[in-house]
Design a protein around this ligand. Structure first.
Ligand SMILES: *[C@@H]1O[C@H](CO)[C@@H](O)[C@H](O)[C@H]1NC(C)=O
Ligand SMILES: *[C@@H]1O[C@H](CO)[C@@H](O)[C@H](O)[C@H]1NC(C)=O
Ligand SMILES: *[C@@H]1O[C@H](CO)[C@@H](O)[C@H](O)[C@H]1NC(C)=O
Ligand SMILES: *[C@@H]1O[C@H](CO)[C@@H](O)[C@H](O)[C@H]1NC(C)=O
Length: 427
């Protein structure tokens, strides 16, 4: 472990109130951390809080999926992460580099950070005046044309004003050198510099969108990283987190099971795949194919998302899974906990519920109990850590959440239009 680096991170961890992880080392690997909603809550309360926050996240994903032509996305539109910060990475902005902590978000194209003199931001900001390479993007530039709600300021630079719930947020469309990996400075990287936010609080760290739309990090770094990345997310129960975000072709697993990525032109940033079935143990559950159908118009289908904590399935799929689960548990009393409705106060034997397999086009991914059971630290309650899409939402989207992705390497290979999954311990 590179201890000086980790020490720095520990002190940041205290300031930012996230649970710390560790330090990874191949050249293009970035450290990935998990951030709990609060250090002041018990582990179980955090779990429940994350589950509650997933609802807002799902609302956000659903709105993306059905919200019409969204192939043009705003810089600085970070409303999902205002709800539910999860995995984060470090990045250096400007010259000389200033370290910021960015939330990792595969369903968002944008990068935004709080900047000096921001009204309503936290204390950790990017001091743009101290960077010799910082520039504001002029009105009329191609980047200004790609943001949502562009506003041309009197000094002829481009701003982007957007609202989130009762909050309004103003970002300055900006460019500067950004470094996620020390040896790969990214000159003239376009991002939103938050100048003003009101009506609510925004998290102290910025956001790094890993979606695949035009202004996303992957699009902007295409010549360097070839629109290819993978990550391994550590368990959020582990006290020693060690995840990694791997950018580019180098070091990606040569052989892994993959499934084709699907494109939804209405929401170009989401990573859609085709799920075809679910197995509990060796039993393929009886779920109508319509539960998995991909439909770009309604947004229906299945996405992998780094910002949703727990997998949510459309009603018929979740019901089939929960029903089979309960059937196998026999007469044991079922309880609920927060948004989870398949919970037990007795142990769930591995012989009874050995595994859950998500079946995708060309790829079966089998998860062991650690990836689908949430156990309270006191050991009194264990729940199936998945849920049905809430009724009040457009319930057509299956979302593979980050708890189910933990301790797997997930490869996003955009040029070859495929998503790969392989077990890998990184907790
Ligand atoms: C959406 O895109 C289609 C095809 O590019 C276009 O014909 C249509 O007018 C667009 N709709 C809106 C609301 O922008
Ligand atoms: C953005 O909105 C804020 C608050 O509504 C307003 O004060 C500001 O003038 C707007 N910014 C621009 C550049 O129009
Ligand atoms: C970045 O922008 C500056 C000025 O706007 C330009 O001179 C420089 O060539 C650009 N660098 C790259 C690598 O595009
Ligand atoms: C997934 O598992 C099912 C059931 O065992 C099997 O029929 C199917 O061929 C498998 N799919 C792949 C891609 O291996």
């Amino acid at each position: 472990m590179a201890s000086s680096q980790c020490l720095l991170l520990s002190s940041l961890a205290i300031i930012l109130s996230f649970s710390l992880t560790q330090c990874l080392k191949t050249p293009t690997d970035l450290q990935v951390f998990h951030m709990y909603p609060s250090n002041h809550l018990s582990w179980l309360d955090n779990v429940l809080k994350m589950q509650t926050q997933d609802k807002a996240r799902l609302q956000f994903l659903s709105s993306l999926a059905v919200g019409g032509n969204r192939s043009v996305v705003s810089i600085g539109w970070g409303r999902n992460i205002l709800q539910s910060p999860t995995y984060i990475v470090k990045a250096k902005f400007g010259t000389p580099g200033q370290t910021l902590i960015l939330a990792l978000d595969t369903s968002n194209d944008n990068a935004w950070i709080p900047c000096t003199a921001c009204v309503g931001c936290g204390t950790t900001v990017f001091a743009q005046a101290k960077s010799t390479t910082y520039k504001k993007v002029p009105c009329g530039s191609p980047q200004c044309g790609q943001v949502l709600g562009p506003v041309c300021s009197p000094d002829k630079t481009c701003a982007s004003n957007f609202t989130y719930g009762s909050s309004s947020i103003q970002t300055r469309v900006s460019q500067d050198t950004v470094k996620l990996v020390a040896q790969d400075p990214l000159p003239n990287f376009t991002f939103g510099c938050i100048e003003q936010t009101s009506g609510g609080s925004i998290p102290p760290q910025g956001l790094l969108g890993l979606g695949r739309g035009p202004l996303s990090f992957m699009s902007q770094t295409n010549s360097l990283y070839k629109s290819t990345f993978s990550y391994c997310l550590p368990s959020f129960k582990s006290t020693k987190f060690t995840g990694s975000l791997r950018l580019g072709l180098v070091g990606q697993p040569p052989k892994m099971k993959t499934t084709p990525l699907l494109k939804n032109p209405r929401r170009s940033s989401l990573y859609y795949v085709k799920m075809v079935g679910i197995m509990l143990g060796n039993k393929v559950l009886d779920i109508p194919p319509t539960a998995f159908a991909f439909n770009p118009t309604t947004g229906a289908g299945t996405v992998f998302d780094s910002g949703t904590s727990y997998t949510t399935l459309v009603k018929p799929a979740y019901t089939a899974l929960s029903t089979e689960f309960k059937k196998r548990m026999g007469k044991a009393t079922v309880s609920s906990l927060g948004g989870f409705d398949t919970c037990y106060t007795i142990p769930i034997p591995i012989t009874t519920i050995p595994s859950i397999t998500l079946m995708f086009d060309g790829m079966n991914v089998t998860f062991q109990q650690d990836n689908f059971l949430i156990k309270s630290t006191a050991g009194s309650t264990t729940c199936l850590a998945m849920a049905a899409a809430p009724d009040n939402l457009n319930s057509v989207l299956n979302v593979i959440g980050n708890m189910q992705q933990q301790n797997h390497r997930i490869l996003f290979d955009i040029p070859n239009s495929r998503l790969g999954v392989a077990p890998q311990m990184c907790s």
